[in-house]
Design a protein around this ligand. Structure first.
Ligand code: NI
Length: 172
């Protein structure tokens, strides 16, 4: 089922999400909805608070070939356990801040530990676009957005445009 994606400045995007205790069919169905919503958008990552669910769940698929839904990953309670000193600059966007992009500097590679849909613990090192994406999505679980990681001038410009869009939506 497609879910509605919340946009900035919705306050739910600023919540620190709760740890997921017990991965049951409801949570697996939620993750499936998140993947469907992400592919439809289309995007390469989505975090549960973006659909108004304040839980530590993210989905991602950074495979950028013709074949969409090539390599979906669902992570419950993802945690960065190690990050490289070497950094990487990547232009980021966010489905909750539509049509805005900015360069963000982050560690070039990160090791992430998480629980899969089957309840199994997993760990993997991500690099390149996957590293950028998984860090961006984990930020969402802590109420953090990519605009918090850019320079103040560009940030204010994006915030002003997003607030203006909200005023226009509210008038309708
Ligand atoms: Ni985002």
């Amino acid at each position: 089922m497609l879910r509605r994606i919340l946009t900035y400045p919705d306050r739910r995007l600023r919540k620190v999400c709760e740890t997921v205790d017990n991965i049951d069919d409801n949570l697996r169905a939620l993750a499936a909805d998140m993947l469907e919503t992400m592919y439809e958008a289309p995007g390469i990552g989505l975090a549960a608070p973006q659909i108004g669910v304040i839980k530590r769940i993210i989905v991602l698929d950074c495979e950028n070939g013709e074949e969409r839904s090539a390599n979906p990953i669902v992570m419950f309670n993802p945690e960065i356990v190690d990050s490289s000193n070497e950094t990487n600059v990547h232009e980021e966007g966010c489905l909750s801040i539509p049509e805005e992009y900015a360069d963000v500097t982050r560690p070039k590679s990160v090791e992430v530990r998480w629980t899969g849909g089957d309840g199994e613990e997993r760990a993997e090192v991500f690099d390149g676009l996957w590293a950028t994406c998984v860090q961006h999505e984990i930020d969402h679980l802590n109420g953090k957005l990519f605009i918090d990681r850019i320079g103040p001038v560009k940030r204010q410009m994006i915030i002003r445009r997003m607030n203006k869009l909200k005023r226009e939506r509210d008038r309708k």
